[in-house]
Design a protein around this ligand. Sequence first.
Ligand code: SDX
Length: 429
Amino acid sequence: MDKKATLTLNDGRSFEFPMLGGSVGPEVVDIRSLYGKAGVFTYDPGFMSTASCNSTITYIDGDAGVLLYRGYPIEQLAVHCDFLEVCYLLLNGELPNAAQKQGFVATVTRHTMVHDQLNRFFTGFRRDAHPMATMVGVVGALSAFYHDSLDINDAEHRQVAAFRLIAKLPTIVAMAYKYSIGQPFVYPRNELSYTGNFMRMMFAVPAEDYKVNEVLVRALDRIFILHADHEQNASTSTVRLSGSSGANPFACIAAGIACLWGPAHGGANEACLQMLEQIGDASKVGDFIKRAKDKNSGVRLMGFGHRVYKNYDPRAKLMRETCHEVLNELGLHDDRLFKLAIALEKIALEDDYFVSRKLYPNVDFYSGIVQRALGIPTSMFTCIFSLARTVGWIAQWQEMIADPEYKIGRPRQLYRGATRRDVKPMAQR
Ligand code: SDX
């Protein structure tokens, strides 16, 4: 028997709505006909109880601290796969076999260069511009170069745009970094792995050979995997909403980058490292925690808390392990900030304020420390996040376009402004 939900208003009217079930997770009440039937809207700012779409890509169980990409636990993907395998999985729904992986890697590899005129966009920015400002500008500008992959109704165009974005984001992120430090851009090298290529473009200089450290490459590749997708978070919802108007994929991804920049979202990794630097040492943790608990302080424990996870973010655990590996590889096992973060986490997780609100470390708590150890400056952390999240944004954007139910997103509102009134002549105002 089909499940139904009944809404009864206090004026006695009653309406039935179908309940829809997924393969796992909460059922939904399909309220699409609510306004037509009852003349009322639902009200859910922040979308605390709203499913904006149906999806088959990523599933999060916030209470259990579970994250699945196409059904595979993030813990297994982070150990058994590399980032391009995970890209293939997110885009196609299945992990690639050896031949499929080889073809996918070959295609991505041959899209890593950018149009050489794109270099000129960087010179328009101040060298000390925040790299995320550069990223929003340059990625949006890709629409001005790749006219042969802008038609969102053409599956071939969508696929080419997907390959171009996955392949070119590392090149653009590295260019944003090189520009900010006044070093020349480093071109991609096709014989290197995706992440090895990125590290060379970030850290090589023309004056000497660059040797890729495979342990550090593996660590960064895993960081990309941990950031690849996360269901309908703020930036993914931004990409979907932008895409719902028919905007081209490059513009949609630029919108996602802009949203990710916020410190409550992807910008938290940069804010978390700045927080650790401000705290300075473990003796000041108590005072900081006190301020983070005080609503009037305006201070938050960055890298802690999550809208969905009310348990430990599984990505934070994996990030902490990766942090440990990288610091050991670099002989930094007594890194000051890592030890401070461990102390801060321990104290917070024993404090009722955080425990009662189910606030745990999220993906951003350790990611800054490990990126800093890899030589990536704080201002670049969210650029790295956008590099990795691009595949998730694209997979979600493609899924939306292929969904027969998709329509332009156009929320309504609860209006509490002035009702109709007439303009008075100037002399009477
Ligand atoms: C990401 O959505 C995603 O999936 C995002 C992401 C992804 O992969 O796409 O996972 C990536 O954005 C991770 C989150 C990174 N942001 C931070 O680390 C910033 C610090 N955290 C928060 O500001 C906050 O926890 C949010 C924004 C992450 C979640 O905010 P919510 O769900 O709106 O929760 P809330 O602000 O209503 O907080 C509930 C309570 C409040 O206290 P009370 O009003 O109940 O007394 O917890 C408190 C908040 O004041 N609180 C915190 C806190 N986070 C929440 N108090 C101190 N420090 C914090 N970090």
